[in-house]
Design a protein around this ligand. Structure first.
Ligand SMILES: Nc1ncnc2c1ncn2[C@@H]1O[C@H](COP(=O)(O)OP(=O)(O)OP(=O)(O)O)[C@@H](O)[C@H]1O
Length: 325
């Protein structure tokens, strides 16, 4: 597997706060890879390390074969990046900022940039400060993609965009991946991620809890429901990795990873449990099961990182590992 992004045991602290805690990750080339996590989980910190704006305290980060710490300039030239708060020169007109930025890239940049402005319906001839929030976001996207980067990194790419542009934009991300480019996006829009991502990583409190192809993750995670004969009865747990348990009166609901095929056989006539059922979990349900610290976890779950990492298939790398360019 060719790798676009690789982190090996990366840790980053801000004072006493550990923003990234021994994070290892490989992002294959040619996929849309989504990074999910609650506020403060460490997504932007990871992206800032990958784009060379921040150095890890320990561990190694590589992008397209370059070490992020020592080759930040090369990386920035070969990737596209839109931050969650893109800084644009407000007094410039959109076409001027394209011309200004084109100095960093090859000759095809200005033409493609103007095409993207037209595609996004951005008015030219007026200063960027007069554009709406969504229009400014589109200018930032056009700047990040006009050089057709091998890797596009996007922090909350669709915030501020209207629904039609969001859809169009996300479809274009899928097209990029189909053409062999890689897209790494951080997002809180789980339904959008579910529509476009090939791979999903879920971060929680500076750790990677899940890294899997989206379809594998969804097909291996189930919602199991049952009715208890008595509200105070204790039901056996479904066989598998039970992530969370919720009880409402006599109704019980578990989110289970790797549910055994024959799990129902454990609930005999004398189990005090009826109406057993299971359906596939949505990405949002998986996200909440993994991240919600208030959720009831019926057994000593995956003390970090063992349990959830088994769900995760994280492939740690040694800091000495190298990525082929
Ligand atoms: N420059 C900094 N100085 C101090 N603490 C920081 C700094 N940058 C990030 N942090 C802390 O590191 C943690 C991770 O922050 P980060 O911005 O990476 O989270 P995030 O997952 O991107 O969150 P959000 O979804 O809210 O954007 C947070 O607790 C944050 O307060």
């Amino acid at each position: 597997m060719n790798v676009a992004v690789q982190l090996g045991h990366v840790t980053k602290r801000f004072g006493t706060k550990t923003a990234l805690n021994d994070v290892s990750l490989r992002v294959p080339e040619g996929v849309v890879f989504a990074l999910l996590g609650e506020n403060g989980a460490g997504k932007t910190t990871m992206i800032r390390i990958l784009t060379g704006f921040l150095a890890p305290d320990s561990g190694i980060a590589m992008v397209l074969g370059h070490d992020c710490k020592n080759n930040a300039m090369q990386i920035r030239q070969s990737i596209g990046y839109v931050s969650d708060a893109p800084a644009l020169y407000d007094w410039m007109r959109p076409e001027e900022i394209g011309w200004f930025t084109s100095a960093f890239y090859d000759d095809s940049f200005p033409k493609r940039f103007l095409e993207l402005l037209a595609e996004f319906d951005i008015p030219t001839g007026t200063a960027i400060k007069n554009l709406s929030k969504g229009q400014r976001a589109k200018v930032a996207l056009a700047l990040a993609t006009a050089h057709d980067p091998k890797l596009l990194i996007l922090d909350e790419p669709t915030s501020g965009l209207d629904p039609m542009v969001r859809r169009h934009f996300l479809e274009s991300m899928v097209d990029r991946a189909a053409g062999g480019r890689t897209v790494l996006l951080s997002s809180h829009q789980i339904s959008e991620v579910e529509r476009v991502a090939d791979w999903v990583a879920i971060m929680h409190a500076g750790k990677l809890k899940v890294v899997q192809p989206l379809e594998t993750l969804k097909s291996s995670t189930s919602i199991v429901t049952a009715t208890l004969d008595q509200p105070d009865a204790v039901a056996p747990l479904p066989r598998g990795d039970v992530l969370t348990e919720t009880q409402n009166g006599r109704q019980v609901r578990w989110v289970v990873s790797n549910l055994a095929d024959d799990w129902k056989t454990d609930f005999g006539d004398s189990s005090g449990v009826t109406n057993l059922g299971s359906v596939s979990a949505s990405l949002e349900e998986i996200f909440i099961a993994v991240c919600d610290v208030r959720a009831k976890r019926p057994k000593v779950l995956p003390a970090e990182p063992d349990s959830v990492e088994s769900l995760a298939e994280v492939s740690p790398v040694n800091s000495s590992d190298e990525v082929e360019s």
